[in-house]
Design a protein around this ligand. Sequence first.
Ligand SMILES: Nc1ncnc2c1ncn2[C@@H]1O[C@H](COP(=O)(O)OP(=O)(O)O)[C@@H](O)[C@H]1O
Ligand SMILES: [Mg+2]
Length: 493
Amino acid sequence: MTALGKLFHTTAFKLSLAYLVVFTIFAFSLLGYVAWNTGRVLTDQIASTIGAEVHGLDEQYRVGGLRRLVNIVERRSRQPGASLYLLTTPAGERIAGNVGSLAPGTLDEAGLKEIAYGRNEDSEATPQSALVRIYILPGGFRLLVGRDLEDRARLRDVVWRAFGWSLLLIIVLGCAGGWFVMRRVLKRVDAMTETARTIMAGDLSGRLPVGRASDELDRLAQNLNVMLDRIGELMAGMREVSDNIAHDLKTPLTRLRNKADEALRMARTPDDLRAALEATIEESDSLIRIFNALLMIARLEAGNARETMADFDAADVARGVAELYEAAAEEAGFGIDVSADEPLPVHGSRELLGQAVANLIDNALKYGAPQAGAAGPITVSATRDLDCAVITVADRGPGIPTAERGRVLERFVRLEAARSRPGFGLGLSLAAAVARLHGGTLRLEDNAPGLRAVLSVPLRGEVHASPAREEGAASEAAERLRQLHSATQGQPV
Ligand SMILES: Nc1ncnc2c1ncn2[C@@H]1O[C@H](COP(=O)(O)OP(=O)(O)O)[C@@H](O)[C@H]1O
Ligand SMILES: [Mg+2]
């Protein structure tokens, strides 16, 4: 498309054109109204001037008769800038006055009218128009008194010319302004299109130019840039996940394959084969768990879990999960201290929050074995802090060095000390993803000694549920948590 063609197709052009038409119509109506009204006022004025003159002549006629009237008409006719006068006999012959020629029949009827006349006898001259009043005097004499309408015609001329000029000016200015605006808009839209094209070609680093005007185009560009940032982040996340999956699943898959291979070559008895198969199934189960956890994190980060959100009590979830781990904690040699008395109403997914808390407690059990000189149970607390529900899981173990605290939240990151324990490095990622889904955060702090994991999510506001309903909901929720755990084979990730 040519540049001009493109211009004609822009919204800016169509808008400018519409405005131009509307403005022209408006200017036309306004000028027309002014012209018509001024003409009317002028005509009224002329009519009243004629009236006054006729009144004067009438008085003279009454005092001095026809002779005096003739004298006065003759004298007034000669004055510069005089009105129009004509006095004729009943037969239409001219006695006195300054009107040259008249259309035939003009004097037949008395009254006020607009006529065409000539200044002198020369009938070739172009006739002029005048507003006149005609009287029929006693004896049939005719008297015409009037004024030329040249002024009115001149005014009409002036108005028309003004209209022409303003129309021209409106069109020129409108076109110039429209052109200017469109050029600017088009240039910016072109720049945006160009960037969009490079982005579409695969270069996600491109960003739309944002001007300083902060007009609607700038705002659009800003929002699109934010969107591109987000897409870039998601893409980077995806790339990282697929890289990680490729790396981290390779080891268990290779192990699985080697075990099967070894069993084939070495197993002598059906029992050997059975044992090998059982080991293979176990290995496969843990692979499935990794996949499930990865899928869940991906779903959470895409915000897909929002439709299953409901209102529930976070303190209740913390209590329920801690209860599930009590036996395991006793077995490991350190108990669990729970303090979650205050109801903490939040809106979200009870199961997911439960899974996140389970992951934190599981970590505390796995990695939080008290160091020499520091003993103590795992503490789980659910408290209210401003408008947040804060669930804290703290242990008295070695903790995580400050420098590593950000990194362990990433997928598949496990610290050296943890290598001997089962796990895939997805538990904290999942807990952090759950916190983000609820609009909250997961922080890792120093428990001096040990690790304190702080999961905080915004409170819903008011609790409407009655105590009886809450109790019912609590047992129902505990049941659901148990189901969830059996679905993940009782194991957090
Ligand atoms: N309570 C804790 N004390 C010390 N280190 C921890 C604790 N919790 C987590 N970590 C470290 O963070 C890493 C990531 O944890 P996580 O994502 O739950 O993976 P996993 O438990 O499968 O190893 C762990 O491997 C461990 O090194
Ligand atoms: Mg873990």
